[in-house]
Design a protein around this ligand. Structure first.
Ligand SMILES: [Zn+2]
Ligand SMILES: [Zn+2]
Length: 340
């Protein structure tokens, strides 16, 4: 029987990755579909993918699959065919990462999870099989020409801040879990209006569309492939672009510019800016928007206090970091922005 887990050390695996001669393509995909036995599905998938030297991180749950993987380029077509052959994964959209060196993963990890996107939904009657209708870029543009159509952004506040669709509603919560009930509450009595939800790649808004249907909304759509695919379609088909600003993504670029407009402001001086950065003070690491002038003035820090901290001896900085809670923290300006 084939090994279903890796037993080689991380170091050794990383070295092997760098010795590879074939370039790798980084791909992401997801699909909501019922998986009766996630454990069995996981084991079969692991055997198939390790045979093609696929690396990456995949989550499998009863509601579906979410994957970020890399594959040696010569194996790409075999991978596509293999996935196509899995019942439930037909006509899968594979998102290929651009500007990627394919070195993000050096091992294959497939984990069974409760959900592929944590949603906090406890209602047993919630059904991911009943979800909103997909819209593509053409249909999105057509539906949003109607001023009665409501567009809802299901991303985080810092993503919305630097770029969003014209007239899109922001749901000002820090977590997707809280955003679901909050979106239903904000839409209130608009049960029969045309509602289009969107997110970065489609996985969150697809769930959100099912949630709204579950809550009694009747005309719910979601943008297929998210902003990433929309931007691609607009370019390829020469369509009108209704997205303003930047699409925030967690990579070195911290976002892809989709229109020339800069819709956000520097959190320090208020000048137009839409470049996210993490505060250079390790003990702070705040994610915030900083213009080039302030980046220079504050040496990449979010405040004078942090700027002072980075010039302290390393030993003292370490002392200061002690007891500071870890994890990502961000300015949350969403609440004040939406309190109009
Ligand atoms: Zn500034
Ligand atoms: Zn700071």
């Amino acid at each position: 029987m084939a090994a279903l887990h890796n037993r080689v050390s991380q170091k050794e695996l990383k070295e092997r990755l760098y010795q590879e001669t074939d370039p790798r393509t980084t791909i992401s995909f997801y699909r909501y579909f019922p998986i009766a036995d996630p454990r069995l599905f996981r084991d079969e998938l692991y055997s198939m993918l390790s045979g093609l030297k696929v690396f990456g991180r995949i989550y499998v749950a009863r509601e579906g699959i979410n994957a970020q993987i890399s594959v040696p380029q010569p194996n790409f077509e075999r991978l596509r065919a293999l996935l196509e052959g899995v019942a439930g994964l037909e006509r899968l959209r594979l998102n290929i990462a651009v500007d990627d060196d394919g070195k993000s993963f050096w091992v294959l990890k497939i984990k069974v999870r409760d959900k592929i996107v944590a949603d906090g939904i406890e209602d047993a009657g919630f059904d991911m099989n009943r979800k909103g209708k997909y819209v593509d870029a053409v249909e999105f543009n057509r539906l949003t020409n109607d001023p009665d159509t409501i567009v809802v952004d299901m991303r985080n506040h810092y993503e919305y801040e630097v770029g969003h669709f014209d007239g899109a509603i922001e749901v000002p919560s820090d977590t997707f879990r809280d955003q679901l009930p909050m979106s239903a509450e904000m839409l209130g009595a608009e049960k029969d209006k045309t509602i289009i939800m969107y997110c970065t790649g489609g996985i969150r808004c697809e769930k959100a569309s099912a949630y709204l249907l579950h809550k009694g909304f009747s005309n719910v759509f979601h943008l297929e492939g998210g902003i990433i695919h929309y931007a691609h379609s607009v370019k390829e088909q020469g369509l009108e672009n209704k997205f303003r600003g930047k699409n925030f993504v967690f990579d070195n670029r911290m976002g892809e510019r989709i229109s020339d407009e800069v819709i956000a402001h520097c959190h320090q001086c208020g000048a137009p800016a839409d470049t996210h950065t993490n505060c250079r003070n390790e003990g702070c690491h705040l994610l915030f928007i900083q213009c080039a002038a302030c980046a220079e003035k504050y040496e990449g820090c979010c405040s004078a206090a942090c700027q002072e901290a980075i010039h302290l001896p390393e030993e003292e900085q370490r002392m200061l970091r002690k007891g500071v809670e870890k994890g990502m923290h961000t300015f949350n300006k969403a609440r004040s922005r939406t309190r109009k």
